[in-house]
Design a protein around this ligand. Sequence first.
Ligand SMILES: CCCCCCCC/C=C\CCCCCCCCCCCCCC(=O)NCCO
Length: 601
Amino acid sequence: MWVGHSHAHQAVVKIHDYLEDINPGLSRKVFGGVITSAAVSYVAVRGYRYYRARRTVKERGEAAKLACHVLREHLEQEGPVDPQKEAMITDLELSELKQKLWKGELKALEVLRAYQRKALQVDEKLNCVTEPIFEAEALAVELDLLSPNQRKPLHGIPVSVKDSFNVEGYDCHAGFSCFADKPVERDGDIVQIFKSLGAVPFVRTNFPQGLMTFACSNPMYGATKNPHSLTRGPGGSSGGEGSLIGGGGSVVGIGSDIGGSIRIPCQMCGVYGLKPTVDRISNQGHIPLMSGQNLVRMTAGPMARDMDGLILVTEALLTPRMHQLDPYVPPLFFQDTLYEKKSPLVVGFYTAIDGVHSHPTCVRAVMEAKTALTQQGHKVIEFQPPRAVEAVSNLFMKACFGDDGEETALYLKDDVLDRSVTFSYYMGKLPKRLRYMVSRLIGFMDPPLGQLVVGASTPPRKILEWWYLQDKIQAYKREFFAAWQSRKLDALICPGMPFPAVTAGTEDNVLAGIVYTTLYNLLNYPAGMMPVTTVTQDDLKRLKDPSVYPPSGALEKFVIQDCEGTVGLPIGVQCVSLPYHEETVLRVMKDIDTVTKTTRN
Ligand SMILES: CCCCCCCC/C=C\CCCCCCCCCCCCCC(=O)NCCO
């Protein structure tokens, strides 16, 4: 390197001397010219790349809108519609819809049509669909030709798919223009399985750029809105799913979760979802972001409008076919014995994690779930997860952001940056020492956020440090399990996010809320999220009472002022069990739902 450098230096000196011999002052002109043209070329190349990215972003956005328009026109040309029948179809719970399709009382094509129309209507209001899947029609027609004994478990059920899953013939770019206009050749595993079960993937749904935030906007498709309040976000990153399902435009969908991306939109949009144990459901065919990072892994999971729908779909998904497609999915199919067990469970509960306060409605939701479980004969006892904020800061954040955001920065180079990722993007760009100092400053205003950002700013550098990090994660898993065992728990209920949907675009103000969900990604425990109640006027009064909700940090202060006018927003409960005990999670959710569904305000 040094030798090369000194050769180059010698060459420059020689050229300089030579030029000066010819004409004194010439070398300055030539070198000045060279430097100026190099700088101009650099700026021109970067500028051109940015211009190209902007064009791609615009074209992708317009193409998606056009695709929705084409479908709308196609539906209009279909002839007379029976709006009452379509409303009846889209109002059905998933289990009723399945029955009617199975018995042949409804045709797959008419169900698809009803949902296509409904999804487009909902999309006009909420901007939750990215593009329709046109092949859905041919699938539905084929299904209608099957004889009754050829029908599969999800015969004719329309399914929405988060845009980050591969669908043959469509782009899968996560909002990075460098991946746009490269249609994938094969459906992702979960999409294949849904199809093999007779379901009909019919629309793709919106997400935030890069998928690592719980906002839901990107430069190509814009921002998605919350179905319960148009000024608020739906949560993310599976926010398009949450919004579409919560808005009535889909009965079941597919999301992905590495830090809460299924559960957060479920809470914010009032829908049901399950983040399974990693590899219980194959995640092959999801855009491979952070895929070389193996300490905390992303998992695909179902989202549904109702509890029975979530159970039905999970049961159908946990099939031998999954293991055949992906041999790393253990051959562990839906365990009826766990789900149908009648013996009472011991369920732990907590209403808040130390350091990040829980909105009064979130506390009430857990208490109502506790009452419901007690009524159903379960024993519900207090449990506090050990050192949750510390574990998420020092383990989850270091594992997930150990690359200093380099992967994201690589894909975003000369791309159009969405507002929702500016904070993390520019934090990643800061020199390490400065980033650390900024993180410390953040900690003065928002101590848990400061701790999380310090964690993300001080990742392992050497391989040995990575090994130690892995060790520490294992040790924390053992510590958590020991605490779990000491209380002889079968399951756990707690808030999934300690506040309702926030005003769109302000998600960075409440980032620290992710400790409630990311903890179970770090531990790799399955976790479901379900609506239990809604914000009331009385909750809002209590929110302003410092003895109930202390305004101890920037997050709490923000929540107090942002929650004005949130009466009616949904709040849920997170239900957790041990790895590979998804069935227990569903059983607990079902028992809570049976009681709370009837009294939900
Ligand atoms: C967009 C990635 C940026 C990388 C930043 C690198 C390091 C920067 C240092 C400090 C800033 C830290 C701020 C990071 C906030 C991250 C918040 C994570 C929220 C997780 C939300 C759920 C994501 C999820 O589950 N996605 C599913 C993926 O399929």
